[in-house]
Design a protein around this ligand. Structure first.
Ligand code: 4NP
Length: 150
């Protein structure tokens, strides 16, 4: 099972989601992340995301931002999008129903459709990053449970 986390810049939300998910999946699972824009390509995650993960004993400092590409739709079994704009952008890159079936909104797994977006903490402060961390941790637990029983 290969899991891809996707946000806009791949420097705040999806790197955190990747780092958290990696601590929860069994051996043999691949977890990666990507962005829908290439503006931050090659950069490490935002310092605030690195610090927030480190506060929870997770090291994401070695990650590098990259944009999603066509081969991701073949390689990954599940593609989780952090917000609706990202979801729509990712869906627009799919080429068939099989690929579309892989794509979902990350927070849908919690069954709360009204609040299905992971807020972008980029313009916020450390408190916003911690809130995002907690939301991602909840979602990753739910994804883990869903995957392990399916
Ligand atoms: P992310 O956050 O999508 O969670 O990585 C952002 C990163 C960069 C920008 C916006 C959001 N930006 O405008 O550069």
């Amino acid at each position: 099972m290969n899991i891809l986390m996707v946000c806009l810049g791949n420097i705040c939300r999806s790197p955190l989601a990747e780092g958290i998910m990696k601590t929860k999946v069994p051996e043999g699972f691949e977890v990666d992340s990507a962005g829908t824009i290439s503006m931050h390509e090659g950069e490490h995650p935002d310092k605030r995301a690195v610090k927030t993960a480190a506060n929870h004993q997770i090291d994401i400092s070695g990650q590098r931002s990259r944009p999603i590409n066509r081969s991701d739709f073949k390689k990954f079994d599940r593609i989780y999008c952090m917000d609706i704009d990202v979801f729509e952008d990712v869906i627009s890159k799919t080429e068939n129903e099989e690929e579309r079936q892989k794509v979902s909104l990350f927070l849908e797994v919690l069954g709360d459709h009204k609040n299905a977006e992971v807020p972008d903490p980029y313009w916020g402060d450390m408190n916003d990053f911690e809130k995002v961390y907690q939301l991602l941790d909840k979602g990753c637990n739910a994804i883990k449970n869903q995957i392990l029983i399916s």
